[in-house]
Design a protein. Structure first.
Length: 307
C-alpha cells in the first residue's frame, strides 16, 4: 500500500488488501485435518514505542502526583515504530534485518481514538514480530486497555500463533520480543533502563529527553518534539534488538553487521530531511564505546556521521 509523507505512519481507514497472518479457523485446529494449525512465521520486525499523558478524567483526585498511573489511566499521544524486513537464510535459518522506515502514527492533530484504531488496523494487516522495551507491562497493555475503553478490536494479538508461541506467550520471543524482559532473564536479574543499555553498547540513548517531560511538551503544544523523541526510543530499541539477535544465535556476525549497516544507511538517507534522525546518527557514530555498531573481527568498525 502507498505510504504518505515520511515520518507519518500510514494508519489506513480500513484494513488494506494483502497477506496478513491468517487467524486460526478454530482454536488450535486447522480446517483441513483438525490437527493443530502451524503458526505462521512473522516476516517483519515492528519496533514499537508509545508516549502517554495521564487521563485526567480517570486518575482519581487523591492519586499521589508522584505515583505512576495505572495502565488504563494513560492517554496515548504518540505511537511510533520502525519496521524492518526479516530476511531468513534458507540453509541456516539465520536472520538479517532490512530497515524500511521509522515513523509516527497519523498526523500531529489526531486524537487518541483515531491513533488507536489506526494502530490496530496496521497491526492486523501485517505479519509482525513485535519488539518493545517494557512493552509487555506498559506499551502493549496501554494500547490494549485504551482500545478496550474506546471499543476498538485487537483480535490479531490474541488469535495468531499457537498456545506455545504467540503474542501473549511470555517466554517466547518469536512474536513479541520484550527486550527489558529478555535482557533481565524475565526479572531474574536487575532490570536495566533503555537509556542505560543503549549507552552500554554505544547507542545515543535518550540524549537528555525523558518520558516525564512529555506532559510538559504536550501542554506547550509541542507534539512534534514528543513524536521525534518517541521515534528515537524506537531506534534505540531496534539497535538493541539487532545486538540481542546476535547474542542469542538468531543472527550471526555477518547478519548483525549487515542489519546495522541497513539501519545506518536508512538514517543517513532520511536524516537529510529529518534533523532528529541525523542527530541520532551523529551521536551514535561519535560514541567512544567499543564497537558501537559492528561486531566483525579485526578491530573497531564504525560508520561516518551523516552529512
Amino acid at each position: 500500500m502507498p505510504f504518505p509523507a515520511q515520518g507519518v505512519l500510514p494508519f489506513p481507514a480500513s484494513a488494506p488488501q494483502g497477506r496478513p497472518v491468517p487467524a486460526r479457523p478454530a482454536p488450535g485446529r486447522s480446517a483441513a485435518s483438525g490437527r493443530p494449525a502451524p503458526a505462521a512465521r512473522p516476516t517483519t520486525l515492528l519496533c514499537l514505542d508509545i508516549e502517554t499523558v495521564p487521563d485526567a478524567e480517570l486518575v482519581p483526585a487523591n492519586w499521589p502526583a508522584d505515583k505512576f498511573p495505572k495502565p488504563a489511566w494513560h492517554r496515548v499521544v504518540a505511537v511510533s515504530y520502525a519496521r524492518a524486513r526479516i530476511v531468513t537464510d534458507p540453509a541456516t535459518s539465520l536472520e538479517t534485518y532490512v530497515v524500511e522506515h521509522c515513523r509516527s502514527g497519523g498526523e500531529a492533530t489526531w486524537g487518541e481514538e483515531r491513533l488507536l484504531r489506526g494502530f490496530w488496523r496496521l497491526f492486523d494487516a501485517g505479519a509482525h514480530r513485535l519488539v518493545t522495551w517494557n512493552g509487555r507491562s506498559f506499551d502493549v497493555r496501554v494500547l490494549q486497555l485504551r482500545a478496550f475503553v474506546h471499543g476498538i478490536p485487537a483480535g490479531a494479538w490474541y488469535r495468531r500463533g499457537d498456545r506455545w508461541s504467540g503474542y501473549s506467550a511470555r517466554y517466547s520471543q518469536e512474536y513479541h520480543a520484550d527486550l527489558l524482559e529478555l535482557l533481565s532473564a524475565h526479572g531474574a536479574s536487575t532490570r536495566m533502563g533503555l537509556d542505560e543499555m543503549a549507552a552500554a553498547m554505544g547507542l545515543p540513548g535518550k540524549a537528555g529527553e525523558h518520558g516525564s517531560n512529555v506532559g510538559h511538551h504536550i501542554a506547550e503544544g509541542d507534539i512534534e518534539r514528543v513524536r521525534n523523541y518517541c521515534e528515537c526510543d524506537v531506534l534505540n530499541t531496534l539497535g538493541l534488538y539487532i545486538r540481542w539477535s546476535y547474542l542469542c544465535g538468531q543472527s550471526d556476525e555477518a547478519g548483525h553487521d549487515a542489519s546495522m549497516r541497513s539501519l545506518v544507511d536508512y538514517l543517513r538517507r532520511e536524516g537529510v530531511q529529518r534533523p532528529h534522525l541525523k542527530a541520532f546518527l551523529d551521536r551514535w557514530a561519535a560514541s567512544a564505546r567499543p564497537a558501537p555498531m559492528h561486531v566483525a573481527r579485526g578491530g573497531r568498525a564504525t560508520e561516518p556521521a551523516a552529512r
